[in-house]
Design a protein around this ligand. Sequence first.
Ligand SMILES: *Cc1c(COP(=O)(O)O)cnc(C)c1O
Length: 394
Amino acid sequence: MTAGVGTRTVPYARCHIVPEAHEAVARVLASGWLTTGPQTLAFEDEFAGWLGAPEAVAVSSCTAAIELALRALRLPPGAPVLTPALTFCGAVHAIVHSGLRPVLLDADEQTLTVDAATVAAVADRVRPAAMVVQHMAGYPVPVPALAEAAGLPAGRVVEDAAHGLGAAAGGRLVGAASTAACFSFYATKNLPIGEGGAITTTDPDLAGTLRETRQHGMSRDAWRRYGPGAQWRYDVRTDGLKANFTDLQAAIGRAQLPHLASWQRRRAELAARYDQELSAVPGITPPPRPSEGRHAWHLYPIRITAPYPLHRDALAEALRGRGVGTSVHFIPVHHLTYFRTLLGAEACGRLPVADRVFPQLLSLPLHPGISEDDVDYVCDQITSLARTGGDPCP
Ligand SMILES: *Cc1c(COP(=O)(O)O)cnc(C)c1O
């Protein structure tokens, strides 16, 4: 188990599209119907069925899903919405684009998600109108407990489940029993389509609203206007986005979905192998595991602290030189110029855990396309760099 330096390339991510998807796309291309239509309807049913959710509405991205779910709440302009600080910028843009005001929550030192005590303390101060929660890296957050801590009904909590596909909490898969759980089918996510998203909901009225607002607020989508037995007339009852899902995406998704369960098992195996090999390296902390429920293993973010001899950036650079791709999740949103300017420097000084943890975080390659040997190689490099201290910094 001692691979040499530079003997291997382990890409951070690689989008795997199954061969059946190629054929399915070719059939859709030949069918004469490319946009939202019968494939999308079938994908929605199959995706909801996989999760055990009553309904799924497919949209153009998880970012659009979050925005549509927030807009559907019809909150007054500028109303405060809680969001983790350690999250993807798109999830916070969605709050801003909905005309609402993001209020950042600090991370929990242990789980890197938000904890109920932090939520309760901030909620006490700002009286939030809604909250976005995030299943960071695939660690399932206890949504009902966080809603209660925020003093919000379940219907005012939007789940950013971009990392949460396949995670379980409270005996259900994430998104199975949610008012609004937003998923991503972006190229690196657990069910890759390339681009796309979906909202699962237990609320049929919300599903109906989302089917209109994903497409300009039109009461009847193109399939229902031009498809079999169609009628041209439609109304626009509400403002909407152009955020629909295409039948090309749906065809890929339908071909990918039957593989998701085995991909999830594979991610869990690889994560366990990383855990085993890295837990003995002083200064390397594997990602936290939930005491109950199931992790989705979307990411494998380690933390690097003393006595490990290299700083995160130096380790990332040394690994890159040895053929290993890595990433960082996330740059806290208040470190990004736009949000820093929007929220003010003062809001950014009160997020000490996110500030402290961010320079320690490094996500290692974790996807079904890597092998045990790849994991061993990555761990060998991290272990040997601990001994040698790596190459001198340039
Ligand atoms: C990827 C991601 C998103 C955005 O997903 P898109 O489908 O690309 O819009 C949102 N939140 C988190 C946590 C993500 O990782």
